[in-house]
Design a protein around this ligand. Sequence first.
Ligand SMILES: [Zn+2]
Length: 323
Amino acid sequence: MDHGSQGCDLMSYFIGMDMGGTWIRAAIGTEEGTILKKVTAPVDPLADNTSILKQLEKLIIEVSGESLQEIKGIGIAAAGKLDIKKSTIVFSPHTSIRSLSLEPLQERLKKPVTLLNDGVAAALAEWRLGAGMGHDNIIYVGIGTGIGGGIVVDGHLLMGKEGNAHEIGHMIIDAGGAIECDCGGRGHWEAYTSGSGLPRLSRLLAQSFVGRTQFLDRSLRGRVEAREVFDYARNGDKFALCVVREATRLNAIAMANLVNLYDPSLISVGGGVAIKNVEFVVSPLQSYVERFSFNSPPKIVPSPLGEDAPLLGAILSTFVIQF
Ligand SMILES: [Zn+2]
């Protein structure tokens, strides 16, 4: 019996990176979407392009270890405005990144680098490996530091002319524009209910709330953290619960707009804020979206891939997407 040739086959490995507003994650994985090792580093909000490229290279080397030679490709999922044809992150509202070309990374490591939006990457992973398996029409919504998304329609992952299809976080949900977004626009979805938006929504609602609660006092005194909204809500603070209800209503309005635009059979909700607070952020959405949407409502579920969705999508992008 000859088992020789099978045992000598080299495995193919792929690197996926997720460049969010708070963390950079890197993972090494296989074609089947199995993550073998993962490393995480904080985003330096003041870093220049040279030091960001150095940090990316360091993370790639760290996560690949002795397998660097076997790496077939590097997929980078990034938040912000991209030009995927030029492999460039043009602008990222939650970091210092401005016109960051990833070509030097490709040249230094001598590996193909694929760039795509982090929400699009997460949608790809959700469709191929997560809740969207077997569906032809899905929407991924990531509620984290900002809000991003990706959309599959009739079995096609939508990209846009420069890779910026579905910057859903900058959808206008408040025509009055009471809150300014980090991008400079007013009334944008992520300025109200993302991790960076919830403190602003709390401050806005605090002005008109009748009654007194601990979280109301905190919100009136200064900037609160998004995490506190949920901590106080869990303890029954009436003002925190009011903020959570309003955030749900706004999330549902935005999602109903997406349902009317794309007619999905499934919406998967991921991102740190949603995944850590499923009972407040995801569970109440179904009935709200049903009330607001014209099209028949999709099933709304928390992402089973959790915070790994953009990472897995970045890995898949190295061999699934043809640009
Ligand atoms: Zn915006």
